[in-house]
Design a protein around this ligand. Structure first.
Ligand SMILES: NC(=O)c1ccc[n+]([C@@H]2O[C@H](COP(=O)([O-])OP(=O)(O)OC[C@H]3O[C@@H](n4cnc5c(N)ncnc54)[C@H](OP(=O)(O)O)[C@@H]3O)[C@@H](O)[C@H]2O)c1
Length: 366
């Protein structure tokens, strides 16, 4: 029996209130600070993981830090807490630890954590990127276009997920826009990609609004604590894949831009029967791609630091896709703002796109 553990944390303070309703009487700050004093603990047992080739079991380990606490506290303190959680996983018998949400973003994206543990570590970023790309291709197909016909923008292109997303974008389209805050890093990435992908036009931008205004496909993968994509930035008919947690796309887009398709990146259907014994907000049988990567590596007995650091090899994306298929993991149906995207949803987006185009043509004529 293969063994794994996956690290989780409350994304927002509301996630703490959901479990401990009585804390609502205290201020958000007090609750976050109080929670951060608690040690990491086992949250649940993940059982019945079976593929055609192997079986596994695992544990969710929780660290009581919200995204804000992880990003704004002293880095050494947060990393020490993650290592403490990793030791807990070791004691339970796990042989690989997956870093969930912002536990994979902090510091050097898993390298120091791996150096301080006796078990393998992965961020899950390879399968996250693979799944986001597959989901986006499918969303384009449903809207009657092909990803290759679109300009692709990547927001957060300097990051661990962003860099490899940008490379996949260069494999798929003739025009790619790299968006981030650090222009020098963007320019360096552009140079690297231009060498590898001749004939692709690559642009850099530090403006989100300007960078995505003509993009038919947008991958957004930043570590921002705030929502950074406003309704007016997005092109009519665009597919926006929001991989970030917390989300990058403003909630307002859902009500104000019915002519665009925003999808959640990286939702995976796991082999039938898996019991997570903890509600992380998905219906039964679905998991985040980063969780799935940890489970796949365990089933394959690949106890190695698979995706760590900020330079993920593109070959890893193809490899994890192959292993996922072997062990019965696949892309789940598309979801948008926690809702399943069905045929009617797609038809409605297509109608709004048609309507918006007619309005725009009329405006141009006047
Ligand atoms: N859905 C899933 O299954 C899943 C799995 C893993 C991770 N994630 C999420 O994916 C996101 C990215 O993770 P990562 O490991 O790639 O993080 P990362 O390596 O730290 O990269 C994040 C990038 O975001 C950029 N950024 C931050 N704030 C920004 C802002 N306000 N505007 C524009 N760019 C901004 C930074 O750009 P500069 O370098 O230019 O400053 C940085 O390069 C996180 O939200 C994480 O929680 C999701």
């Amino acid at each position: 029996m293969e063994k794994f553990a996956f690290l989780i944390h409350p994304i927002e303070v509301d996630d703490i209130y959901r479990k401990y309703k009585y804390l609502k009487y205290l201020s958000d700050n007090t609750v976050e600070k109080l929670a951060s004093l608690l040690p990491p603990s086992k949250v649940s047992n993940i059982c019945n993981l079976k593929s055609d080739y192997n079986e596994g079991e695992g544990w969710f380990i929780g660290i009581p830090l919200t995204t804000k606490e992880i990003m704004c506290s002293k880095e050494e303190k947060v990393i020490a807490k993650i290592i403490e959680a990793g030791k807990k996983a070791e004691k339970l018998g796990a042989k690989i630890l997956g870093l969930g949400a912002h536990t994979s973003v902090i510091g050097d994206a898993g390298i120091t954590i791996a150096e301080n543990l006796n078990i393998a570590v992965t961020t899950g970023n390879s399968y996250t990127v693979a799944a986001a790309f597959e989901a986006t291709k499918e969303a384009c197909r449903l809207l009657g276009t092909d990803i290759s016909e679109n300009d692709i923008a990547v927001i957060g292109a300097n990051g661990s997920i962003g860099k490899v997303c940008a490379e996949l974008a260069c494999r798929s389209s003739k025009k790619v826009i790299l968006i981030g805050r650090d222009r020098n890093k963007l320019e360096a990435l552009k140079k690297l990609l231009e060498k590898k992908y001749e004939g692709v036009n690559i642009y850099c931008s530090t403006s989100i609004a300007g960078g995505i205004s003509n993009a038919g496909v947008v991958f957004t993968v930043t570590s921002s604590l705030d929502q950074i994509i406003e309704p007016q930035y997005i092109k009519t008919g665009a597919v926006v894949c929001d991989v970030a947690r917390p989300r990058d796309v403003s909630k307002k887009v859902q009500s104000l831009r019915k002519d665009v398709l925003v999808i959640e990146g990286g939702v995976i259907e796991v082999p039938k029967g898996v019991e997570f014994n903890f509600n992380f907000g998905f219906p039964e049988g679905l998991a985040y791609a980063c969780m799935a990567e940890t489970m796949i590596l365990a089933l394959e007995g690949r106890y190695e630091n698979f995706s760590i650091g900020r330079d993920i090899d593109i070959e890893k994306i193809d490899e994890i896709n192959r292993l996922a298929e072997k062990h019965g993991f696949k892309l789940a149906g598309l979801r948008s703002f926690e809702r399943v995207i069905d045929k009617n949803y797609i038809e409605s987006v297509k109608n709004y796109i048609k309507m918006k185009k007619i309005v725009m043509e009329n405006v141009e004529r006047v």
